[in-house]
Write a protein that binds this ligand. Sequence first.
Ligand code: NAI
Ligand code: HPV
Length: 407
Amino acid sequence: MDTTTSFPKDKIKILLLENIHSAAIKQFNDQGFQVESISSSLPEEKIIEKIKDVHVLGLRSKTKVTEKILDAANRLLAIGCFCIGTDQVDLHAAEKRGIPVFNSPFCNSRSVAELIIAEIIILSRKLGDRSKEMHEKKWRKESKACHEIRGKSLGIIGYGHIGSQLSVLAEAMGMSVSYYDIARRLPLGNSKMCPDLKSLLESNNFITLHVPDTELTRGMIGEEEINTMKKGTYLLNASRGKVVQIPHLAAALRSGHLAGCAVDVYPSEPEANCDDWETELQGCPNTILTPHIGGSTEEAQEAIGLEVSDLIISFINSGASAGSVNFPEVTMPYSPSTHRILNIHNNKPGVLRDINNILSEFNVSGQVLSTRKQIGYIIADVDSKASKEIKKKISDLPNSIRTRILY
Ligand SMILES: NC(=O)C1=CN([C@@H]2O[C@H](COP(=O)(O)OP(=O)(O)OC[C@H]3O[C@@H](n4cnc5c(N)ncnc54)[C@H](O)[C@@H]3O)[C@@H](O)[C@H]2O)C=CC1
Ligand SMILES: O=C(O)C(=O)COP(=O)(O)O
């Protein structure tokens, strides 16, 4: 739907952080929106300075969107996470303020799965260490403790979009796969579900993490879990940095209990590229360290840019909130020759009665409502001659958070 918003499109400001793909910038520009794109993340105080007149904030995994930022964001209509994870945004605080958060739940999952396959082979053949030696002019040809991955076992913690794709790829390489997940997930191929984390930890050559950052997963791999793994196990983490307790991982690599690891994510990551970043894992044997590049491929970034910008444009132009992770999901076909009222309100008893009391005085061509714990969201297509009056009456209701009108 290509409507005019009551607010001129060329006054809609989009702030994109963290080098979001040019495909998204083009889509926003094509709509006539003003776009500012910055290649790094920004600290809280800088975002607070900039956010006052911003209508859409786009970011990736680094930018923390706190309640303090949202308090300063008087005009913010939507937030786009141009990635899978949404743990960097205070979703609850955004919901309370009627701000939907959109993400791209699938587009970089293949890129992560392929990276893990590459790393399993690199670890198994100790390629990181061999390459480093060659750059230091040292020729060290040897086969000791180097193995094919065919016939080895892979344990996947978190069998969602990434974990399950990885499972298929790993089986195609001749690995046997088992997984552990808190939700009951359908085993793909010949993979097997483990009844608990302990049985997965003690029975695999390679263990890889693909869980979100939650209260349950933070710190889930610590000293006890590492000691449960067999001597010589390899650990891979491309999920979130706080899932693995780094000091215990470093100790297990240095003692030789673990045969190697590949780490893409860290408890604390820099806002921008830099030359002085430190982790205890530097210098550990057979340790691949990458700067959170699991989803960083041209294919994934372009697809994410298109998907998330589409969702945001659709929300601005038609009010459709499908694909939001913290907001009632509402879409409604557009009724021609009407004006569209969009109202976000506190989800309190009596609100719908009050809105319908107002609407009942007028000609309404379509109406749809959905609620979540804290808020409700209603779209109504109304008589174009009465739309301004209806908007005023609805936005004056005590529980209204935000009311927009689309022509
Ligand atoms: N390194 C990178 O660049 C990237 C990292 N990620 C990270 O990977 C995570 C996983 O991504 P997807 O597979 O797309 O997510 P998903 O939501 O499809 O799958 C996550 C799975 O983990 C399971 N899970 C949640 N808590 C668990 C627990 N305590 N124990 C066991 N299983 C648990 C869920 O039930 C679900 O099946 C994302 O949340 C994100 O943090 C995602 C993309 C790129
Ligand atoms: O998609 C995710 O959750 C990721 O971790 C990828 O993050 P990025 O877009 O590379 O900052």
